[in-house]
Every structure is written in structure tokens, then in C-alpha cells.
Design a binder for this molecule. Structure first.
Ligand code: CAA
Length: 379
């Protein structure tokens, strides 16, 4: 058992955190207010090799382990959970290709992301099916040399800027999850209608839209993993990506904690700093415990994945625990700041708004408990 990071991992972490503190954090409030995606910041992150962390080296990626990816994600989320969502959504969209694609598909679809800055979108959720991913309705009809796609997707991160969309559709709704098929679509294919940007509570800079497909013609060679295998590819993707979301919760929580500790050491009430009041000490201690426990769960989920061991249950532990902890920690940071915490002139209210989404996307905290219970009782 070794809790120490390697020299290389410490370097990666330091580089990502430096980028987050210098290039992201100072601009986070600005882009949050304007609800604008900072493409220039994302591009700089790409240039430094901090994006698309999941792409294997044989397809042009840096060859990071899952744990390396978590260290980067946690650090970037420290700078801004919203910007990090956009970066992380690339991995979410590329993972199905990494997991289920042929060598030819990997060369075709992954390599361009290592050669220039590009965004991708993962299109699973629909207006009527969020948590019940297996009940999705978008239709894929298979013809001799192509497939036709019709349906609607909702809450799609990066939709307005994505070069490729990784879409889940069903060849027959009666087959339930066994009909679901994953495919890659070029954004310029006729029949794709991108909706307006959603005006969200948090992660306001990240680009979230609906996507409609009207008779979109897709080559059969763009189907990933064969017809009917899309649901399992999506679930395996989430096994990898949920710990990343958990890592982003750790980064956001760490940022809120750092602000709260600094403020508590400076703010004087009843003649002493807040840090001398036991009620505040207990809140800070609780935050520190939850951050450490969340981080350890993230690292364990990544370690399992790096050792090709099943990680579904631990990935859901990490996602639920880190997201719920981040919500509590950012809320307590606002509480410690008092009235100032509630003001947009101070940084912690944004963190609280951002934390909320982490309990919702990539499987709500309730869905994570459902996954954990399924793993416990169905083994
Ligand atoms: N790995 C491999 N296979 C898996 C699996 C896993 N982790 N989890 C389930 N499966 C398999 C099962 O073994 C089963 O296989 P068989 O048919 O061979 O028996 C099959 O998949 C169906 O499994 P379930 O019966 O468990 O499926 P279910 O319909 O009950 O649903 C669920 C399971 C966990 C609730 C799933 O629907 C789910 O995760 N829902 C949440 C959806 C979600 O996370 N959406 C996120 C959208 S992305 C997003 O938010 C991104 C963004 O833009 C930021």
C-alpha cells in the first residue's frame, strides 16, 4: 500500500494547479456572469496537454493513467468547475470510442483531438429520459449502407462547439437497453439542429444545449461496438467518467475550503478571529475530513480502473460521496462568509451553485445509490 504520488504525478498535478490558479480562477467569475465559454482558456489547456487525458498513447494521447487524469481534473476544477465540465465532456464523449471502437475508428476519431483543439459531445440524455438511460427514444433505422437518426437529446455539454457528437439511439424501443446503439456523427451532417444555450444556475460558462436529429444520414462504419451494444458501452464509459466528476467535486470543494480557512483566519467577531470559535472550527474540520475521504475514493476508483479491476461500485461511492460533500462544503463556505458569502462580489456563492450540478449530472446522487445497491444485491 502506497499513498505517495510519483515524481511525475506530482509534476502533472503542480502544472495543472498552476494553470487553474493563474489562467482559470482569475477569470471564472467573468465567464460565469456572461455565461460564455472561454475557448481561449480551453485551448491553452489543450496546448499544455491537460485535455483529452483519456486518449491512449498509441492514438496520439499523452498516455496518462486514470489516476493521472483524476489529478488533472481535480486541479482544473479548482480553477472553475464550469470550465472543467467542458474539458471533461471531451473525455466523456471520446471514452465510448476508446472502450468500444475498432482500431480504425480510434485512428479516425481520436487522433484529430490530439492534433488540434476540438470539442466533442456525449449525447445520451433526452427530454423524457435522464436517469432512465435505458428507456431512451431516439431512433436509429438501419438501411443497406447507412443508418437514419431521428430524435431529441437534452442537456448536451459542448453541443454548440462540438466537432463530433457521440450519440446513443435505439434500433427498437421494444428491445429496451438491448436495442441501444452508439455512433459517431460529424457535426456538419445535414439534419442536426442545435438548440439555444441553456441559462443555468451554475457551470454557467459551459455550453449546454438540446440537439435534434431529423433524418440524419450516418455511415454504418460510424457505429461503435456493434448494434445493440451501446448501453453497455455507455455504462462502462460512466464507470471511467464518474470518478472524474468526483475528482472535479474534490477540486471545487478544496477551493471553497481554502477560501473558508483564509476568511476564518482573518475575520474578527466577538473580539477574536472566526478560527477561534469552536462552531467554525468544527465546520472547517468537517470540510477537511470530507475532502480527504472523497479524494481517497476517487483515487481508489482510478486505481481499480488502472489495474483493469471492476470499479462500478467504487466509482459510484466516489461520485455520490464527493458530490454530496462538495455541496455541503461549498454551502458551509457561504455560511462561514456570512452575508458576504451570499454576495456575488465574493467567490463562494459561485462554488455553491456549481456544486449543485455535480449532484445531478452523470447520474444523480440517487442513481449512484441505486447502482451501489444493484452491485450489493445482484452479485
Ligand atoms: N458495466 C457493464 N455493463 C453494465 C454496467 C456497467 N457498469 N451497468 C449495467 N450494465 C449492464 C447490466 O449487466 C445489464 O446487462 P444484461 O442485459 O446483460 O443483463 C444491462 O447493462 C442493463 O443494466 P440494468 O438492468 O442495471 O439497467 P437499468 O435500465 O436498470 O439502468 C442505471 C441502470 C444505472 C439506472 C442507468 O440507466 C444509469 O446509469 N442511469 C443514469 C444515466 C446517466 O448517468 N446519465 C448521464 C448522462 S451524461 C451527462 O450527464 C453528461 C454531461 O453532459 C455532463
Amino acid at each position: 500500500m502506497n499513498f505517495e504520488l510519483t515524481r511525475e504525478q506530482l509534476d502533472i498535478q503542480e502544472q495543472a494547479l498552476k494553470f487553474a490558479k493563474n489562467e482559470m480562477l482569475p477569470h471564472a467569475q467573468h465567464y460565469d456572469e456572461r455565461a460564455e465559454l472561454p475557448l481561449d482558456i480551453l485551448k491553452k489547456a489543450w496546448e499544455l496537454g491537460l485535455m483529452n487525458v483519456a486518449i491512449p498513447s498509441e492514438f496520439g494521447g499523452v498516455g496518462f493513467s486514470a489516476l493521472d487524469g483524476m489529478l488533472i481534473t481535480e486541479s482544473l476544477a479548482y480553477g472553475c468547475m464550469g470550465m472543467n465540465t467542458s474539458m471533461m465532456a471531451n473525455d466523456l464523449a471520446l471514452l465510448p470510442i476508446i472502450i468500444g471502437g475498432t482500431t480504425e475508428q480510434k485512428n479516425k476519431f481520436l487522433k484529430p483531438f490530439t492534433e488540434e483543439f476540438k470539442l466533442a459531445a456525449f449525447c445520451l440524455t433526452e427530454p423524457g429520459n435522464g436517469s432512465d438511460a435505458g428507456g431512451l427514444k431516439t431512433q436509429l433505422s438501419i438501411h443497406d449502407d447507412h443508418a437514419l437518426l431521428n430524435g431529441n437529446k437534452m442537456w448536451i455539454t459542448n453541443a454548440g462547439y462540438a466537432d463530433i457528437l457521440v450519440v446513443y439511439a435505439t434500433v427498437d424501443t421494444n428491445l429496451k437497453h438491448k436495442g441501444i446503439t452508439a455512433l459517431v456523427i460529424d457535426k456538419n451532417t445535414p439534419g442536426i439542429i442545435i438548440g439555444k444555450k441553456e441559462d443555468k444556475m451554475g457551470h454557467r460558462c459551459s455550453d449546454t444545449r438540446s440537439v435534434t436529429f431529423q433524418n440524419v444520414k450516418v455511415p454504418l462504419e460510424n457505429i461503435i461496438g456493434g448494434i445493440g451494444n451501446g448501453f453497455k458501452i455507455a455504462m462502462k464509459t460512466l464507470d471511467h467518467s464518474r470518478p472524474m466528476v468526483a475528482a472535479s467535486a474534490v477540486g471545487g470543494a478544496q477551493c471553497a475550503y481554502d477560501y473558508a480557512v483564509k476568511y476564518a483566519a482573518e475575520r474578527v467577531q466577538f473580539g477574536v478571529t472566526l478560527s477561534k470559535h469552536q462552531s467554525i472550527q468544527f465546520m472547517i474540520a468537517e470540510m477537511a475530513m470530507k475532502i480527504e475521504a472523497s479524494r481517497l475514493l476517487v483515487h481508489k476508483a482510478a486505481w481499480l480502473s488502472d489495474h483493469n479491476l471492476p470499479n462500478t461500485q467504487v466509482a459510484s461511492y466516489a461520485k455520490a460521496f464527493a458530490a454530496d460533500s462538495c455541496m455541503q462544503i461549498t454551502t458551509d463556505a457561504v455560511q462561514i462568509y456570512g452575508g458576504y458569502g451570499y454576495s456575488k462580489e465574493y467567490p463562494v456563492e459561485k462554488l455553491m451553485r456549481d456544486a449543485k450540478l455535480i449532484q445531478i449530472y452523470e447520474g444523480t446522487s440517487q442513481i449512484q445509490r441505486l447502482v451501489i445497491a444493484k452491485e450489493i444485491f445482484n452479485k
